[in-house]
Design a protein. Structure first.
Lengths: 298, 291
């Protein structure tokens, strides 16, 4: 009996280990694939050309800056929507809403997260962008703003779900303690509950950013895809072209192994590095704040 | 017990495997042919209509039609994943080189003609433009409708994505006015929309916008601009008559490519496409028959 248990234990441990390691191995393999396909672009196209402001690959203009600024603008805009709405909704669900309302609202919000982005893209084209054009008197509604609002909407369910879990995990005694020393409900939320759940809330925001910067279909449908440099604040009211939309729109036609093909993989590499940077920043912030919390507690 | 069940399962498996292989050999003499057809989004509706009619008349042939763009179709032909590539432009010299490198001799068939219509929102009072004016609009020299006789509104330029044959054709014929030395490009703020539907839905609700698409794809609720070769020439609205008598200046041939001389079912299919019966379908879809 004991022996067979040992045996089972070994197998299960091995399976779990394989799963864990294979995730790491896959990421590394993908990274090397991207490097392998993307790095040749650096030798085929001059660096000055890659850092120029014109993207028109069928005539060999490979300026990446409009695509990078476009992606950053849409992502920052989307986070300005998703962070306040997402965290606000999470605080409401966890701290303010009565239990029965939470039991209904949370699954509904999570269901929204399951909506295919192409459906939201259709809503964006048919409802959001015409409305934005009339409301703000713009030449066209297919702008970075439409993309940011839509992506913000897409990121909200992810952010809400994870931030709410984090807030919910804060021990009730923290809130009771705060209320007992005379803090108002708002003071308790802002000074006690949110800081205590900081790492989970930050993770929620990071996953929201991840969802946003990688989103393709909805963005391709509503941002107009014009490769214009987005350097001014007013660029939010103009069309932009994001990195993901560029890869999605052009990868299908490109000849295998051509310069254009390698440049598209280079864009993929840039995207990968950006999400890596976001994740590293996030985890270092979480790590630091944990250390401080430990110091305070000890 | 377990073993017996396993043996039963195994024998069933072998039986079904044998069964399927025997039906395969049995069906082979009936010459069921499968034709894979892929490429230009401009041609995809036409190719689908042809495939449906042809399959109805020849049940032993099955034809699969997909879009994706001329470049996609030709790339697939060179990768040997399709039998017929649809293209709304002739093969480029790079693609021909690629074909040569892959040991393929592509054969070209002109299967229909197409006109590119320049379209605007029905509220836009502008009715006619010269090729030079359209070129100046798309290259960014003209930015307000008042410069071409319209209202004081900014011009929003709409175009298909760069992988569309229509995009390349429009660039060469309209923006560069057919001059191969001309290196004018689309203005950077031209919206590149991934589909004809994207262009149509934006044009429907935006009176600032100008767009272009194949004549077969223009819905009746949008306004088609009359185009003149130059300011002195007559302004012509695209239609089957004006394309066939060469008075409309923005018209082109549509192609199908095969890898090497076609034979068997593919040859029969291409012969049928050039027949009067199939060419009647061309006219029904708003394209222009070749004969």
């Amino acid at each position: 009996m004991d022996k067979s248990l040992d045996w089972q234990e070994t197998i299960i441990t091995a399976v779990i280990k394989t799963c864990g390691y294979s995730a790491v191995v896959f990421v590394i393999l993908i990274f090397f694939f991207l490097l392998n396909e993307g790095i040749p672009a650096l030798t085929e196209v001059r660096l000055g050309e890659l850092l120029s402001t014109r993207w028109y690959p069928i005539e060999n203009y490979f300026g990446l800056l409009p695509l990078i600024t476009g992606s950053l603008l849409v992502t920052v805009g989307a986070m300005l929507v998703a962070i306040p709405f997402g965290i606000g909704t999470a605080v409401f669900l966890s701290e303010i809403a009565p239990r029965w309302m939470r039991e209904i609202l949370k699954p509904v919000v999570e269901l929204l997260g399951g909506l295919p982005s192409v459906v939201l893209g259709f809503l964006g084209i048919l409802v959001l962008s015409p409305y934005l054009r009339l409301l703000l008197n713009l030449p066209t509604g297919l702008t970075a703003l439409a993309g940011a609002l839509l992506l913000g909407g897409i990121a909200v369910p992810t952010t809400v779900s994870i931030a709410e879990d984090a807030l919910d995990a804060v021990p009730l005694s923290y809130r009771e303690g705060a209320l007992a020393i005379g803090a108002t409900k708002w003071q308790t939320i802002w000074r006690v509950t949110l800081p205590a759940a900081r790492s989970g809330v930050l993770t929620a925001i990071m996953l929201g950013i991840g969802r946003t910067i990688g989103e393709t279909m909805a963005v391709m449908m509503v941002t107009g895809n014009a490769p214009v440099m987005a350097t001014k604040l007013t660029s939010i009211f103009a069309p932009v072209r994001t990195m993901t939309a560029t890869i999605a729109a052009e990868m299908g036609e490109v000849a295998n192994g051509s310069v254009h093909y390698h440049v598209l993989f280079l864009i993929g590499l840039v995207l990968f590095l950006i999400s890596l940077a976001v994740n590293i920043t996030a985890s270092s912030v979480v790590f630091k704040s944990k250390k401080r919390a430990e110091r305070v507690l000890s | 017990m377990k073993l017996a069940r396993f043996a039963l399962f195994l024998s069933l498996l072998i039986l079904t495997a044998c069964g399927s292989s025997s039906t395969q050999t049995a069906s082979q003499p009936q010459t069921s042919a499968y034709i894979e057809n892929k490429g230009s989004d401009t041609i995809v509706n036409l190719a689908l209509a042809w495939a449906e009619r042809y399959q109805a008349e020849h049940p032993e042939v099955s034809i699969s039609v997909t879009g994706g763009g001329s470049g996609t179709g030709i790339a697939a032909l060179l990768n040997k994943t399709v039998d017929i590539a649809n293209a709304s432009r002739p093969m480029s010299s790079e693609e021909k080189q690629q074909a040569q490198a892959d040991g393929i001799a592509p054969v070209e068939f002109v299967i229909a003609r197409d006109a590119i219509a320049v379209i605007v929102n029905p509220e836009n009072p502008v009715r006619q433009l010269t090729l030079q004016q359209i070129s100046d609009i798309y290259s960014g020299k003209i930015n307000n409708w008042s410069e071409v006789g319209g209202e004081d509104r900014p011009i929003v330029r709409l175009s298909r994505e760069t992988n569309s044959g229509t995009h390349v054709y429009f660039l060469e014929t309209v923006i560069r006015l057919g001059d191969s030395q001309n290196k004018t490009l689309f203005s950077t703020d031209t919206l590149l929309l991934p589909s004809s539907e994207g262009i149509v839905s934006e044009l429907r609700q935006n009176p600032n916008a100008i767009g272009y698409d194949g004549l077969g794809y223009v819905p009746p609720d949008l306004k088609v601009i009359a185009v003149a070769q130059d300011a002195s020439g007559p302004y012509v609205i695209p239609s089957i008559e004006t394309v066939n008598n060469n008075s409309y200046p923005v018209a082109r041939d549509l192609y199908m490519y095969t890898a090497g001389q076609p034979s068997g079912a593919i040859e029969d299919y291409l012969d049928w496409i050039l027949s009067p019966e199939a060419q009647a379908i061309v006219a029904d879809l708003g394209f222009v028959p070749i004969k």
